[in-house]
Design a protein around this ligand. Structure first.
Ligand SMILES: [Ca+2]
Length: 401
């Protein structure tokens, strides 16, 4: 996804933040590589000011080396993650102890699905039902382990330990700043797997292959996220919100490798394909479907995997005119401006007519009717939690960039 699209989507969601209300996150990837927010210091409380990326020529990451906005770099000093580290960072001028960069503690940058970073005092552990260690631990390998045992929560600690459980006692285990949970996973150093005495907790719905959603708003991740999706995946999710008149779909992150892999949105009752996306045809606008039942479908062939997608949906009740007051639905006259990035409120939403109805669609219909219920219950609210991170400043040892 190019940066223009990211800016467009982030501006859309920031401008409509009041309408969405509870959705304030600015990061949909686990390491904040998609962060395009405007925090320009390492912490909002006592942090160090960031250097401008067009003035950091003594360091590897600057606008001379990345002149086209790669990684979100530009003539600004906002925190970014251009190298796929575990979270956004920036260069700083004050080089005490030889430190010339720092991670940014960004309260609004927490991937939906991360429930927080918590202290682990050991007795009892925050998640006590199941425990394993692995030298190849990744976020999704732990989540999958817990999901396969039907636990709702998965926690990673110290890069190699995985805990499963259903309830986290927030009173016993205080929230910790996300920086305390930013140790790289042993199996993928670019994913955060907790820290020493700190466990990072995920909803096990993240990266599941399918599920049933009934909440008014949620984020759905591609199978195996944040790892690459596996080959040969066939997944479908049902989004059924009783009383909804329209559901909006915004792909906040999209990385599909080839044209064989694809994502489709189908009208739930008729299985009519409303939108179809692949590597050459990524989503460029928010998809608006007038229904209370929609199916999200994902397919990957046997070669060329990629990281997949994150998709936020928002359902609205009542007439569309009322919804339009919230800036989500444009009049038909505005639909011609659908590709405009000038004003997200005008014409950012286009209702698509059904496109190709192919063989895979009829296959979907069969899948749906043959397995009516598959996933467990919703955990409303947990997806939508604000970043619980507090402002904090740590002295993590720097490594060469
Ligand atoms: Ca593929």
């Amino acid at each position: 996804m190019d940066s223009v699209l990211l800016v467009f989507f982030s501006s859309f969601f920031s401008s409509t933040a009041s309408a969405i209300g509870h959705f304030t996150t600015e990061c949909y990837t686990v390491n904040g590589e998609d962060y395009r927010g405007r925090q320009n210091q390492t912490s909002l409380h006592g942090g160090k000011p960031c250097l401008f990326w067009n003035e950091t020529f003594q360091h590897p990451y600057n606008t001379l080396k990345y002149p086209n906005g790669e990684g979100g770099l530009g003539a600004h000093n906002f925190c970014r993650n251009p190298d796929g580290d575990v979270q956004p960072w920036c260069y700083i001028a004050d080089q005490e102890d030889g430190t010339y960069w720092k991670f940014c503690e960004i309260p609004s940058c927490q991937m939906p699905g991360i429930l927080g970073c918590f202290k682990d005092n050991g007795d009892p552990p925050p998640l006590s039902k199941s425990y394993q260690t692995s030298q190849k631990l990744t976020v999704q390998s732990c989540i999958s382990l817990c999901r396969n045992q039907r636990y709702k929560l998965a926690g990673m600690e110290a890069g190699y330990a995985c805990f499963c459980g259903n309830e986290l006692d927030y009173h016993l285990h205080g929230n910790a700043p996300s920086l305390e949970c930013s140790h790289g996973c042993f199996g993928d150093q670019q994913q955060p797997c907790g820290g020493d005495g700190h466990v990072i907790v995920f909803d096990t719905k993240v990266g599941a292959c399918g599920g049933n959603y009934t909440a008014e708003s949620a984020v759905i991740y591609s199978p195996d996220f944040p790892d690459k999706y596996a080959p040969g995946r066939v997944c479908y999710w049902t989004i059924q919100v009783p009383g909804a008149s329209v559901i909006l779909f915004n792909f906040t992150f999209f990385n599909i490798m080839d044209q064989a892999d694809m994502v489709e949105l189908l009208e739930g009752y008729t299985s009519q394909v409303v939108a179809r996306f692949d590597g050459r045809n990524p989503p460029r606008e928010i998809v608006n479907i007038s229904a209370d039942f929609v199916i999200l479908y994902f397919y990957s062939d046997r070669t060329n995997e990629a990281q997949g997608f994150s998709m936020i949906y928002q359902a609205y009740r009542g007439s569309s005119s009322r919804s339009a007051e919230h800036g989500f639905i444009s009049d038909d006259d505005d639909s011609e401006e659908a590709t405009s990035t000038v004003d997200p409120r005008s014409g950012s939403v286009t209702e698509r007519s059904n496109t190709s109805k192919n063989n895979k669609s009829s296959q979907i219909l069969y899948l749906i009717t043959s397995s009516p219920k598959k996933s467990d219950k919703e955990m409303p609210g947990q997806w939508l939690g604000r970043g619980r991170t507090a402002a904090h400043n740590t002295n993590l040892p720097p490594f060469p960039r």
